[in-house]
Design a binder for this molecule. Structure first.
Ligand code: PGA
Length: 248
């Protein structure tokens, strides 16, 4: 039985003081062991949030990382730096990073592998654009992203650590949610791709989240679908809605 994983991606919101007050306010209500709860604040708030959630079941996630170990990469953050402040998960290949920062599948793959070296679980995001869906290209696009992003990742890591997030780009921040059936269909398709790349056991173990306008009113239906193992929540993770989603 796969444990659900619900992650809040704060994106570029909340300065450190607000991060601190918000986490203090909600942490008792999202401290559960029934699902894995992950908070992904901005980089500069990671350390403070890490202290605040110490001793709870809540996990810490980063929104990005660089794939080199150290050196002259101005502005970048290494996996060791994330590990040192207690990061357990890291989002890679979010569509906003693919769109605004030219993150390719190859870069996503390098980042995911580097995270795994230090035992941080990558949350690998994939998803099609509206145009790709309208032209019936979504399965092709998502399969290509999954194969390239996971290329060379060992089976053991796939079974224990890697999380995949299916986020149709047209549903992110738009208020438009994929129907639970559409989301489940693609998560099931991704599981089949993992099965072809690895084997059935690995496909059964890997957790696949849905992301894109998840809110309290749709969380229950989405999270009860057969192949959806959690949610990657953007906008709604910034308010008490996140509490309702975690307690779906
Ligand atoms: P949203 O964002 O919930 O605001 O649509 C989801 C995401 O980008 O991870």
């Amino acid at each position: 039985m796969r444990k659900k994983i619900i992650a809040g991606n704060w994106k570029m919101n909340y300065c450190v003081n607000k991060a601190e007050s918000f986490v203090s306010e909600i942490k008792d209500t999202i401290n559960t062991d029934e699902v894995d709860v992950v908070i992904c604040p901005n980089l500069v708030s990671l350390d403070r949030v890490s202290d605040l959630i110490d001793g709870t079941n809540i996990k810490l996630g980063a929104q990005n990382v660089y794939f080199e170990d150290k050196g002259a990469y101005t502005g970048e953050t290494s996996v060791d730096m994330l590990a040192a402040v207690g990061v357990n998960y890291c989002i890679v290949g979010h569509s906003e990073r693919r769109q605004y920062f030219n993150e390719t599948d190859e870069i996503v793959n390098k980042k995911a592998k580097k995270l795994l070296e230090k035992d941080i679980a990558p949350i690998v995001c994939v998803g099609e654009t509206l145009e790709e869906r309208e032209n019936d290209k979504m399965f092709e696009v998502v399969e290509r992203q999954v194969r390239a992003s996971l290329d060379g990742i060992e089976k053991e890591s796939m079974n224990k650590k890697v999380v995949i997030a299916y986020e149709p780009i047209w549903a992110i921040g738009t208020g438009k949610t994929a129907t639970a059936e559409q989301a489940n269909e693609m998560c099931k398709f991704i599981r089949d791709v993992v099965s072809k790349m690895y084997d059935e056991e690995t496909a059964e173990n890997v957790r696949i989240q849905y992301g894109g306008s998840v809110k309290p009113s749709n969380a229950n239906e989405i999270l009860n679908m057969s192949d959806i193992d959690g949610a990657l929540v953007g906008g709604a993770s910034l308010t008490n809605d996140f509490v309702a989603i975690v307690n779906y």
